[in-house]
Ligand binder design. Structure first.
Ligand SMILES: Cc1cc2nc3c(=O)[nH]c(=O)nc-3n(C[C@H](O)[C@H](O)[C@H](O)COP(=O)(O)OP(=O)(O)OC[C@H]3O[C@@H](n4cnc5c(N)ncnc54)[C@H](O)[C@@H]3O)c2cc1C
Length: 196
């Protein structure tokens, strides 16, 4: 597969045949894969926590009724669930947009045009950093939204939480990835200021 870019002759000599910038595409591709998959995990955890909030009732504090109040009817609870769910929707929408950019970048690269690679590197770094962190923190919050049940394997939340807990670190730590993204933003600030 890599024969397109490099080759090793029978005498052991190494030859670079293609444009080695293509190697960067592998890392960008993996990061974009994470960007693409985070919102699905956050949606799944949101679904579990929302279903729980509809069924679980706590405290008889409804005026004129001996019945208990659904968790979903507590404003503080709705704020937690609603906020995280909207984050998951936004993550899904922007991931689809950056996916389309990724497809275009690959098409351009196979025609020898690497113009989008720099942008995709910085963009996928920033999205990877924030989406992985938001998903990790979001799933943890959703787990707490289910009280003690969120710690039971039956809820599936411990498995999702374990899966996403390494995401902010793997394929580039959050801070380091965010710095990559910040570099691009600073570059554009200088362009706007007319310094470059
Ligand atoms: C579950 C899992 C699976 C993995 N799988 C693979 C794999 O298949 N293949 C592979 O090659 N690697 C793999 N890794 C390694 C992963 O890519 C690295 O762990 C990750 O890139 C972080 O690098 P590091 O471990 O060197 O941490 P470091 O970069 O040393 O980070 C340690 C701490 O220092 C901070 N830090 C580092 N640099 C800076 C800076 N410039 N400014 C401020 N703070 C900084 C970080 O924020 C972090 O808190 C995996 C890691 C995990 C957790």
């Amino acid at each position: 597969m890599l024969d397109k870019y490099v080759g090793v002759a029978k005498d052991g000599s190494f030859e670079v045949k293609g444009d080695m910038r293509a190697v960067y595409q592998v890392m960008v591709n993996t990061r974009q894969g994470l960007v693409r998959s985070m919102h699905g995990l956050l949606h799944r955890a949101s679904l579990i926590a929302t279903r729980y909030a509809v069924c679980r009732k706590q405290f008889a504090n409804l005026d004129g009724s001996p019945g208990e109040r659904k968790l979903l009817d507590y404003q503080t609870h709705m704020q937690k669930l609603g906020g995280i769910m909207s984050e998951a929707f936004i993550m899904g929408m922007t991931a689809r947009y950056s996916d389309r950019m990724m497809v275009q970048m690959k098409k351009d690269m196979s025609a020898g045009n690497f113009a989008l690679l720099d942008m995709m590197h910085h963009l996928s770094s920033g999205l990877k950093a924030w989406y992985c962190l938001m998903t990790h923190l979001g799933v943890d919050e959703l787990r707490m939204c289910c009280g003690g049940a969120g710690y039971s394997q039956y809820s599936l939340l411990p498995a999702i939480s374990e899966m996403v807990s390494s995401m902010p670190t793997l394929e580039g730590d959050t801070i380091v990835m965010a710095q990559q993204n910040a570099k691009l933003l600073f570059k554009y600030v200088k362009v706007i200021q007319g310094k470059r």
